[in-house]
Ligand binder design. Sequence first.
Ligand SMILES: Nc1ncnc2c1ncn2[C@@H]1O[C@H](COP(=O)(O)OP(=O)(O)OP(=O)(O)O)[C@@H](O)[C@H]1O
Length: 353
Amino acid sequence: MADIIKLENIEVSFQQKGRTVTAVKNVNLNVEQGDIFGIVGYSGAGKSTLVRTINLLQKPTAGKITVAGTTLFADHKQQVTPKELQAKRRNIGMIFQHFNLLNETTVADNVMFALRHSPLSDQEIETKALKLLDLVGLKDKANFYPVQLSGGEQQRVAIARALANDPEILISDEATSALDPRNTNQILDLLKDLNQKLGLTIVLITHEMDAVKRVANKIAVMQHGEIIEQGSLRDVYLRPKAELSRQFVGGSLAAIETLKAFNLGKLGADQGLFQVVFSAANLTKSIILDLYRELGLDVSMLYGNIEVLGNEPVGTMFILVKGNDDQLASVPAFLGDKDVEVTRIDERGIWND
Ligand SMILES: Nc1ncnc2c1ncn2[C@@H]1O[C@H](COP(=O)(O)OP(=O)(O)OP(=O)(O)O)[C@@H](O)[C@H]1O
């Protein structure tokens, strides 16, 4: 598939009280048509600033931006006329954490507002708005006001509005962060459905790894303005290279909380803590039993979980292994094969933010 968004060496700096703050540093990102591309990172990592460069709501300090074959920015300047940029922006819908709806107008009016510049007749605009509301499951609420809707429903209205100009790209900036888990999942499932039905390319910014795991096919992990790791969701999940990615993927909050309760500060010299991430569908050996039978190691499982990524069950375990230095050093090579990723954990590394 062709790249629909290509960001090359993007840098964004701000002048703050005489100081230069670089919010985005040398970012390279290629989003292919039809991707659901998750960008994860803690608050302040630079995610919003980065994605706002895609439609030049934020002009970069340096770098090149190409969207759907058109270079929007290069050589430190905008490469399209304001009118062309306006047209390009209609090709990129956006949804936000707080929905940004017009509260004094109806749901249908909110969607029709996005079509105010379109060449369609009033009747056609109304028909289109109702069709979009139907698409997001809200046809019956066209005449309601936003305050009469739940958070999840308000986000559906925002999605319908974002799709009004038939964009090829949808940017979701923490769109599920204000929702409860049930509404979060429903909105994510709707995004996935729109991705499949309309071929919509989605860039999903979030600090919630679970959101990315539910719908994305690719992921980039951002920290201090830089992308520290990117790739297919499966590869990054199974083989996270950077410490932060490990925390985001295998080291879920539940795992970290569980491990903290074990008070691992008291690990003995003959003990090693390992994180094992594996594709459960392809697993041909019993990790704990094999370590015992073949290496004679005493293994306790401190945490275990299986999640479904795409359609593939992927497991994460934290195991405490007892043995001498040589035995502990042999664990990664013994277990490691193409679908089992083993990392020896320094107990301090687990919960460092
Ligand atoms: N207009 C601006 N002027 C000065 N600094 C800014 C501006 N916009 C963003 N920043 C700074 O850039 C950094 C990255 O912010 P950004 O909002 O992109 O992060 P984020 O990862 O999206 O976090 P959050 O999820 O909290 O929004 C922060 O330190 C922020 O203070």
